[in-house]
Write a protein that binds this ligand. Structure first.
Ligand code: ADP
Length: 257
């Protein structure tokens, strides 16, 4: 009897090990699949700006008699494509670092409101030029444990998108610090919103509602994926919905400690 019981326990232990092993293999395969997909997407995204830079430079080199005006035009096209490449590489580097160990992201005692102020300073001129009014409701300070760089890219990406795509006249940022453990931020614009069928996908890497428009606006298709990951790394979640009558609203939470 004792031996039968031992045998049953042994069998169960072996089945458990096999199950865990299978799950680990599945997880590893999934990681490889995601990395492969990222590499394919990056290759695809690199092709157009690199090809454009090569064509511009070849044209400049092969036509030494080209007018100064024309040459400036080609140089400026080269420059904007180089900027696009740099933005893409910066975003890819953020995404890869997130994949390779989000847990190792350095967190310190920071003031979320100072991060928001810094972002707003970066957008001051753009907002004035575009005639966009940014309303902000927030407490004096919100102290939390976080990574200021990552949180800065959350606000940067959301504001950048509101300017690039929504055609809005107002952006509202509301910071609610009434909960003991979490701070909740809502970020909304009164622009065009997103067709409902795209809403479930917009946090996916390289997903764009309008590919041409995104590329023209200097988008990499990684902005909202970075937002989602950065929020998750702060123990929070982010959601998005169209507002009635117009605009888009993002709401996200961040764990304070
Ligand atoms: P991109 O680099 O293209 O900006 P994102 O991941 O930041 O990539 O955004 C994904 C897509 O969501 C964008 O291409 C754009 O079509 C849409 N989008 C994002 N924010 C807004 C907004 N505030 N209003 C309208 N559309 C938006």
């Amino acid at each position: 009897n004792h031996i039968v019981r031992l045998y049953a326990r042994l069998q169960k232990a072996m089945a458990d090990i096999a199950r865990e092993h299978k799950a680990a293999i599945y997880e590893e395969r999934e990681k490889i699949r995601i990395k492969k997909q990222l590499t394919n997407n990056i290759n695809h995204e690199l092709k157009t700006p690199v090809a454009s830079i090569v064509v511009c430079l070849e044209t400049i080199i092969s036509r030494p008699d080209m007018s100064c005006g024309k040459r400036d035009e080609f140089i400026s096209r080269c420059y904007s494509n180089a900027l696009r490449l740099r933005k893409l590489l910066d975003d890819v580097s953020i995404v890869t670092r997130m994949d390779d160990g989000g847990a190792t992201v350095l967190k310190e005692n920071i003031d979320l409101c100072a991060v928001i102020s810094e972002t707003l300073r970066d957008f001051e001129i753009r907002a004035a030029d575009a005639g966009v009014h940014i309303n902000i409701h927030r407490p004096e300070t919100v102290m939390m444990t976080g990574n200021a760089g990552l949180l800065l890219s959350v606000f940067h990406n959301l504001l950048d998108n509101a300017f690039a795509y929504s055609g809005c006249s107002t952006v509202d940022i509301n910071v609610d610090n009434s909960d003991e453990d979490y701070v909740t931020v809502s970020f909304s614009d009164d622009g065009c919103g997103i067709p409902q069928e795209h809403i479930p996908h917009i946090f996916e890497r390289f997903y764009r509602v309008d590919k041409g428009r995104s590329r023209k606006a200097g988008g990499t298709g990684l902005g909202l994926a970075i937002v989602k990951n950065a929020v998750a790394m702060h123990g929070g979640i982010v959601s998005v919905e169209n507002r009635i009558p117009d605009g888009l609203e993002f709401v996200f939470t961040l764990r304070k400690s």
